[in-house]
Every structure is written in C-alpha cells, then in structure tokens.
Design a protein around this ligand. Structure first.
Ligand SMILES: *[C@@H]1O[C@H](CO)[C@@H](O)[C@H](O)[C@H]1NC(C)=O
Ligand SMILES: *[C@@H]1O[C@H](CO)[C@@H](O)[C@H](O)[C@H]1NC(C)=O
Ligand SMILES: *[C@@H]1O[C@H](CO)[C@@H](O)[C@H](O)[C@H]1NC(C)=O
Ligand SMILES: *[C@@H]1O[C@H](CO)[C@@H](O)[C@H](O)[C@H]1NC(C)=O
Ligand SMILES: *[C@@H]1O[C@H](CO)[C@@H](O)[C@H](O)[C@H]1NC(C)=O
Ligand SMILES: *[C@@H]1O[C@H](CO)[C@@H](O)[C@H](O)[C@H]1NC(C)=O
Length: 786
C-alpha cells in the first residue's frame, strides 16, 4: 500500500500534510430539502437593526426568499426590536434596501424580488408581553388573508444572551404556531461562560422550548469547507479509512489565525478571551467533525449528533500543561482605556492560546490534536490539517490561499470531487507554497459557488437540518471539557507578544509527550551570571541583564537595597557638588521605595536634595491621578525637604492643562538647565510598564522624535491621555538610571526584554542608555523568575 510516504522526517517547519482543509473566508450550498407541504412561514428577527442582522441575517433571509419564491411557500418577515416603530422602521428599511441578489439572478428579476421582499417585511416593536401577543395576532391575520395553512415560525434571536430566557418564555406563552406547524428559535453564542452558566441557560430555555426547537448557531458549521468535512470523509472513505488512525496520523491541527485586535470589543472580550471565543466552539466543532465516527447516513441528524457526542465523552481531561496562552502587547492599555481602569490594572485574558487534546480511543491513541487561535498574528487564515511528521508547530508558516479549499498532498491519494466542488489546477502564482510545500504538490478543490456561512445556515434552519447546529447535549459536553482548563489558567500570566510579523518565533510551540510548551522558554540568567549565588541562600544577588548591571532579591530586600544605593549616590554627589538631583517616576512600583526612604532612612540628606518628576499626567497636581500628588502623599510630606527643592512639572498654566502655547515643557527644561549641572541628573528612577513604556514614552516612539528636547508632551493610550515627560535625551544624560521592576505580572515583560537585543520602538525601555552614566535593573524575584 501507499503507507511509506506518510512517515516523513525533515527540518522543523517543513511539514508534510496528509490532508489540509482551508476554512478561509466562506461557506456551503443551499439545501432545499424542506419536504413538508407548502404553507405560510413567519420569520421574526429580534435585534433586527443590529450589526449581525445588518451584515448577514437580512441578506441570508433575502436569499432564502429568492430560493423559495417558487416553492409554494409564502413568507412574512418581522424585524423586531426594543425601540418603537416610528424610530426604527426607517432604519430597517435602509438595511433591507441594501440586500444583494445572488449572482445568477438577472437585474430585472432582482428588482422585482427586492420589491416583494420589502413589501413582505415590517418593523415590529417587541418589548412587552403585549407586543408579543400583538405579533401573534398579526401572524394570525396574515394567515387568514393568505388563506394558507401555517408551515412554521422562525425566531432569530440576535440579542444579548441574558435576554434569551425571557424571550423564549414569551414565545412559548404567546407565539407558538398552530398545530402541525414548526417552531424554530435560533440562538447566537455565547451560550454561557462555563459549564455551570451554560447549564443554567440550557435549563431556562428548556422550560420554554423543546430541544428540537432550538437552533444554536456556530457560524463555523456553515463555512463551506467545514460543512463538507463529513461528506468529504465519506466520499473518500476508500482511501481514508485505512489511514485514519494512530498508525498514520502524526497529529491534527485546527488553527484560526487572525490579524485583527479586539479594540472596541474589550468589554465583551475581556470576560471571554480566545478560548471561550474561538476554541470552545468553532475549533472544537471542527475537531469533532474530523475525529467522530462516520455516520452510516449523513442526513440522519440524530446519528451525526450522537457520534459527535461520543467524541466529547472520549476526550481526555485537559491539564494546564497542555495549554499555552499569550496576550498581544497593546492589549493591557486597550483594556485600561476601554474599561476605564488605572494603569495598575492587569488583565490576564488570553488573546492567543494553543491547546493539546487527546481522544481516548484506540483509533487515536496518543495522536496530538492541536487547537490554536489568536489575535494580532501575522496572517488571517483558518485551516485544519491532518498530517505526519515531527512535533514542531511553526506559527509563522504562511498559508497564502485566500479561498476555501480542500488540499490533499499528491503522494497521499487523489480525492473525489463532489458535484458542488471543482478541482483547481491552474494557480496564478505557480511557486506559492502552502505550509512549506509548493502548491503543485497538492490536489486542490474549491466550491464552485462561494457562499456566506449565515446564508447557508439560514437555509439549513429552514430545511430543519439540525445536525448543522449545536445541540444542548453537545454544548454541555463541550463546556464540560473546557471548563477545568479555563479555571486552571485564570491566574496564569500570558506570554506577551508584540503582534503581527514582529512575533517571529515567539509563539511557536512544541509537543513533548502529553505536554505543550512554547519552544522558546527564555533562560534569563545562568548561575554563573549570578556570581554563583543561589536564590534561596542570598537575600540580594547581583547579575547582568541585557548586558547591564542587575540587582535582584525578594521585594523588601530589593527595595532596601535600592534605597541605600540612592542614599549612597546622594552622599557622594553632595560631597562633590553640594547638591543631589533625583528624578522619580510615578506609578505603583516606586511607592514601596518612597515609604522605605521616608520611614527608614532618617539620615537621608533631604536638605541638599532636589526632587524632579520624570513624567506627569495632565491633571491638576491636587488630583489623585497626579504623579506629584502621589509622590507628595507617600514621601515629600514625611521628610524635611525645603520646598524650593521640589520641582513638580508645570502641567497647569493659565488655568489650563498642557496647552502647547503655555510652554510648560520649555519652562521645565529651563528649570532643569538652571539648577542641574549640564542637565545631568545624579539619579533617575524609572519603572517599566506592562507594554514596555518608561516615563510617558509609549511604544512607537523613538529618541529622534524629540530632537534635542528634554521635556515633551506625549499621548498615552491610557487615560488621562495627555502627559508631560522627560525624553530619552534627558534620561540618557543622567549619571545613574535605575529601572525598578516588581511583581510577578511583570515577569513576561522581563522575558521579552531579555530576548530583545536591539533598541526597538516596541519596547521604549530599550532606548534607555545613559551616555556617560550607568543603568541598573532592580527586579524582585517574582518579576525575574515568575
Ligand atoms: C413615536 O411615538 C411615540 C408614541 O407612540 C411618541 O411619544 C414619540 O414622540 C414618537 N417619536 C417620534 C420620533 O415620532
Ligand atoms: C410552554 O408553556 C406551557 C404553558 O404555557 C408549559 O406547559 C410548557 O411546559 C412550556 N414549555 C414547553 C417546552 O412547551
Ligand atoms: C437517511 O436519513 C434520512 C433522514 O433521517 C432518511 O430520510 C433517509 O431515508 C436515510 N437514508 C438511508 C439510505 O437510510
Ligand atoms: C472612569 O472612572 C472614573 C473613576 O472611577 C469616573 O469618575 C469616570 O466617570 C469614568 N469615566 C468613564 C468614561 O466611564
Ligand atoms: C518564483 O520563483 C522564481 C524562481 O525560483 C523567483 O525568481 C520568483 O521570485 C518566485 N516568485 C515568487 C512570487 O516568489
Ligand atoms: C559640572 O559638571 C561637569 C562635568 O559635566 C564637571 O566637570 C563640573 O565640575 C561640574 N560642576 C559642578 C559645580 O559640580
């Protein structure tokens, strides 16, 4: 047999695919197998002027209408919503006017169909119980007018999930169709947040609707390639059956890579994260379609759903060591901004996850099943592949095909081409490679007509094809599988990745036995760099970090070390020049230092010390958010420092904040020039943000941007946006710069920084390089070692 070619060995990232399914943009074919007698159909869309309805639903229902117009059925479409009709009718009308005819419909016919569709659609306020009763009356009236039997009622709930239970209850109480007609209620995810909440929701819905009346949409199941997986497996059974097992399959990969971020959706996303958003539903569905036992009869919904359920019950429980998570770098500031949080707020929500699953069946014993998805990756693509070879997964391998397709390596077998699919033999660019192999090494097939997933699913709802939807049983089984992992990772810190092509190999992962890990676990410090000291035996250790001096210890010892180092520098400076110039930054990190200085260093020469501010928010100094206010509260008011030695940043001038014409930056620069010899501070204390920022110099900024200036106004992604800040130029003139990093949530930043060799705008702290002075990193063990 043709067994040998499957076992390939080769360099990492040059893998041979046995079979590769692209889930690229689109979806499947119309099913017109609604076998029942023609009758009147009422379609009610709730949330009919929302985003989803506007983009996909009305288009889908219009295509349903155009397909069914000669079927003998009659239709009426109600666009439901909470606002009154006199407010939303016009909005709905505009949406309906924008629907497009399928390609095979002529212009003239299209105009007629659209005209009819508009006539058969109406906005209906659906807020109170009376509104629903009124809807039911409307439907009755319509039935009488048409003098037709009722075929069914289709409710599409495009509303937030918390509203489901009440709406379902109202539907059950007021809008059930007459006997013999069907009721179908379509629900959109999220179907809960974990097993418990999904169960609560399922129970509530179960009080009002029968299982067969619920259609839970996973739009992935409408994508053409996904919708065709079982069919494909069936048609190619002769070739696939002998090799669809652990002896041949090296592993299965199900991947959805996205380039977008989640800006604007954080209020939702931060509660969910990538596992709930993508893995628990879309990727899990694809996984079950690839691994489930083939049903004897594909059209038998019961059999399909049961076989699917069997996979869930055979999945081995997931542990933490079978997942890695990541978060794109800008996410923290987006969260702080959109959720109105302070800069101390840390979100651990993953925007990237790779998870390793195993099916506990003899057929798939020890076959790794990888499910991977993330935002802000290098390309937008979705695929599933079943393949042979080694255990390295290289995320940066390019996909390039931008149409839905099924690919089979030519040395595996030649697949059957279904009637609604066609083979692609001519490729625009002959030497493109797909996951490391030339396109010419694959048999490629693609759907003849590309369709939107929603359009396809709507036609399947109409056809009553439940196997394309998520049953209650399968939903709960999926949450049962995912919930323990979700609970397990709530306190894990995701690896921070810069985004896009910058990610390089940072998210590449390796399978080792039953475990999954990032390939590049960075070794921060070798024993010899610690001077042979052992973490447990010494309170404070010295070492090197990014080729500069590093001091580390448990938090309290570290802070004490920093405080005494500052005092030493102060004594020396005063001895030399009679004065000590100290510039400090805001944020949470230095607070412990301020306390230490105020409460334990009574001999500190405050009388000769000038205190400067590294950066300030554009708020009055009396406000809680002001860095100066915080410095004053935690330090200045507790020590005897002459008030003319204190130099707050002039953010408020002429009764306004940070206005360029008021020349506050210029004024601070003049003050520095006047007091500080050669504008060279003796000591500058910096913190480093989760995104790598220092002072108020955020990712994206370069030293050149500020020329010779020492003080500038900048924009923060976190409120309040406007800031005044020292520049790299001013900081790098200092004799000594200390970067203080404490807390385990900074560990990922430390890892990243240890990897970055060159200066980069992604990590502003890398531009800190005192020209004549020295840089010292003060990191506590939690930040250093995680
Ligand atoms: C819509 O109708 C309600 C009463 O049904 C009325 O109070 C409201 O002013 C109307 N709004 C507009 C924009 O006409
Ligand atoms: C629907 O409502 C009726 C009473 O109005 C109730 O008996 C029934 O249990 C409810 N649920 C279902 C699924 O029919
Ligand atoms: C497959 O199942 C469908 C739906 O249950 C049924 O109508 C059809 O007759 C079945 N086909 C075979 C060959 O059993
Ligand atoms: C942000 O939070 C602050 C303090 O909690 C509050 O005063 C302010 O109104 C909030 N702003 C927004 C836009 O929610
Ligand atoms: C295709 O291959 C040729 C020769 O190997 C090369 O010169 C050309 O740049 C390639 N084209 C692309 C788009 O990679
Ligand atoms: C000012 O700094 C320069 C070096 O930059 C040094 O030579 C000089 O002695 C300093 N002056 C005072 C008064 O400390």
């Amino acid at each position: 047999s043709s067994a040998t070619p499957f076992f390939w060995t080769g360099p990492a990232c040059m893998l041979l695919s046995l079979l590769l399914l692209l889930l690229a943009p689109l979806c499947v074919t119309t099913a017109q197998d609604e076998a029942r007698k023609p009758g009147h159909v009422s379609v009610i869309i709730l949330g009919s002027t929302g985003d989803l309805a506007r983009k996909y639903l009305w288009q889908g229902f219009f295509e349903l209408y155009t397909n069914q117009v000669n079927s003998g059925h009659s239709f009426f479409f109600y666009g439901g919503g909470l606002s009154p009709a006199n407010k939303s009718s016009l909005v709905l009308f505009e949406i309906l006017k924008a629907v497009n005819c399928p390609k095979d419909v002529s212009k003239e016919r299209c105009a007629i169909l659209k005209e009819q569709f508009l006539r058969l659609s109406r906005y209906k306020q659906l807020k109170t119980l009376e509104d629903y009763q009124d809807l039911s009356k409307n439907i009755q009236k319509q039935l009488q007018q048409e003098d037709m039997a009722e075929a069914g009622r289709l409710f599409y709930l495009s509303v937030p999930a918390f509203a489901y239970a009440e709406i379902a209850d109202r539907i059950n109480n007021t809008c059930r169709p007459s006997k013999g007609a069907w009721l179908r209620v379509v629900l959109e995810k999220p179907f809960g947040h974990d097993f418990k909440s999904a169960q609560v929701l399922a129970t509530q819905l179960g009080n009002s609707l029968k299982d067969e009346e619920m259609y839970r949409i996973d739009h992935y199941l409408g994508k053409q390639v996904v919708a065709n997986i079982l069919q494909f497996r069936m048609e190619n059974k002769k070739h696939l059956h002998p090799i669809w097992n652990k002896h041949y399959i090296e592993r299965v990969e199900i991947v959805l890579k996205e380039t977008l971020d989640v800006k604007g959706r954080i209020a939702f996303y931060d509660q969910y994260g990538v596992i709930r958003d993508v893995l628990q539903n879309h990727l899990t569905e694809v996984m079950t379609l690839l691994t489930m036992r083939l049903p004897l009869n594909l059209s038998n919904s019961r059999e399909v759903l049961t076989n699917k359920l069997n996979i869930f019950t055979s999945l081995l429980p997931l542990s933490k060591s079978q997942a890695v998570i990541g978060q794109y770098q800008a996410y923290q500031t987006e969260v702080q901004h959109e959720l109105n949080k302070t800069k101390d707020h840390v979100s651990l929500t993953p925007t990237f996850a790779a998870v390793l699953a195993h099916v506990d069946e003899a057929q798939y014993e020890d076959v790794p099943i990888l499910m991977i998805s993330g935002k802000q990756l290098d390309e937008r693509v979705g695929y599933a592949r079943v393949l042979f070879k080694d255990n390295v997964f290289c995320l940066q391998n390019k996909m390039v095909l931008n149409y839905p397709a099924i690919l089979v390596s030519k040395n595996v077998f030649k697949p059957v081409v279904d009637s609604e699919w066609k083979e692609v033999t001519e490729h625009k660019d002959k030497n493109i490679t797909v996951l490391g192999l030339p396109i010419s090494d694959y048999y490629v097939q693609t759907p003849i007509v590309q369709k939107e997933a929603y359009t396809e699913l709507i036609s399947r709802i109409f056809a009553g094809r439940q196997n394309s939807f998520v049953s209650t049983e399968n939903l709960l089984a999926s949450w049962d599988f995912w919930s323990p992992l979700l609970t397990g990772i709530t306190t894990l810190f995701p690896r921070v990745y810069p985004g896009g092509n910058e990610n390089k190999d940072m998210l590449d992962i390796a399978v080792k036995g039953r475990d999954l890990s990032y390939i590049n676990e960075v070794v921060l410090i070798k024993q010899d760099q610690m001077g042979g000291q052992n973490v447990n035996n010494f309170q404070v250790m010295q070492g090197k970090f990014r080729s500069d001096e590093m001091v580390s210890g448990w938090t309290e010892e570290l802070i004490e070390k920093l405080a005494s180092d500052i005092e030493e520098v102060a004594e020396k400076a005063i001895l030399e020049s009679g004065v000590f110039h100290l510039a400090v930054s805001g944020g949470a990190s230095p607070l412990a230092l301020f306390h230490r200085l105020a409460l334990h260093h009574f001999s500190f020469p405050w009388k000769y010390t000038h205190v400067w501010i590294v950066d300030e928010r554009c708020v009055p100094l009396t406000e809680f958010e002001s860095n100066f206010h915080s410095l004053h509260d935690h330090l200045l008011q507790h020590v005897k420092i002459p008030y003319y030695n204190i130099h707050p940043m002039p953010v408020q001038l002429n009764q306004r904040l940070c206005v360029e014409e008021d020349r506050g930056t210029w004024q601070y620069e003049e003050e520095i020039r006047k007091f500080v010899n050669a504008s060279s501070f003796h000591f500058v204390l910096l913190g480093v943000g989760y995104d790598g920022h220092i002072a108020s110099l955020f990712p994206g900024v370069k030293p050149e941007d500020h020329g010779e200036n020492m003080v500038v106004l900048t924009e923060s992604p976190v409120k309040p946006h406007q800031r005044m800040s020292l520049t790299f130029n001013a900081i790098n003139k200092a004799r000594k710069v200390a970067v203080l990093i404490i807390g385990k949530y900074k560990h990922e930043v430390v890892i990243q920084l240890s990897r970055v060799k060159e200066e980069t705008t992604q990590w502003p702290v890398t531009w800190v390089k005192p020209e004549k002075g020295s840089l010292v990193w003060y990191m506590d063990y939690e930040a250093l070692l995680g």
